[in-house]
Design a protein around this ligand. Structure first.
Ligand code: SAM
Length: 176
């Protein structure tokens, strides 16, 4: 009987979690490792950068930015399960000094400290984020968006992901 109750509770929790995920502007879909590297290369990421991955999922872009490119990296994720997962990935990769995962809503996150912002979200998310990106990012900062363009923005560069989809790079105006 106890096992049945636990089973039902787990099933209901999973259904609620899945249902809640469907209300998000961007569903979870991890970027493959080759494309993660291309995104960071196209963004010109280096040790002086602060990379922010909005909707960081399991933290793979944050980990790669800190471990392979020597950057400071922050991931923002709204799903508490993926936050735990991403924090574990940061810990296991040994990059806790340079990388952190924050639980929260990316639309409310202050981006003024970021020099590279990574997006793998949706057309809706990119549309909602554009004013914040424009208002908060310093001249010379880069926005790298896998798959979805930012409508109305002219990309400075378009790369190709492993699956052939575009990676759009936008440099904020005013760069020296
Ligand atoms: C397509 S996945 C990308 C994951 C990761 N950046 C990658 O490339 O592997 C989108 C992620 O955004 C998260 N997300 C959706 N809406 C969000 C919000 N408002 N604030 C923070 N994260 C959000 C989802 O939970 C999901 O993990």
């Amino acid at each position: 009987m106890a096992a049945l109750i636990v089973g039902i509770a787990l099933a209901v929790t999973s259904l609620l979690w899945l249902g809640w995920n469907l209300t998000l502007d961007a569903l979870w879909q991890p970027t493959d490792r080759v494309t993660v590297r291309r995104i960071l290369l196209l963004g010109g990421v280096g040790p002086n950068d602060h990379v922010v991955d909005l909707g960081c999922g399991d933290g793979r872009i944050v980990v790669a930015a800190a471990r392979d490119f020597g950057a400071r990296a922050t991931g923002i994720e709204i799903d508490p399960c993926r936050v735990v997962w991403a924090r574990a990935a940061v810990l296991l990769a040994g990059v806790r000094g340079r990388a952190r995962i924050r639980h929260g809503n990316m639309y409310a996150h202050d981006l003024s400290d970021a020099s590279v912002v990574v997006l793998f979200l949706s057309a809706t998310s990119n549309f909602k984020l554009q004013e914040t990106l424009r208002a908060q990012l310093a001249p010379g900062a880069r926005v790298v968006s896998y798959y979805h363009p930012i409508w109305g923005w002219e990309p400075d560069l378009i790369g190709e992901a492993r699956d052939g989809y575009p990676i759009y790079v936008y440099c904020m105006a005013g760069a020296a």
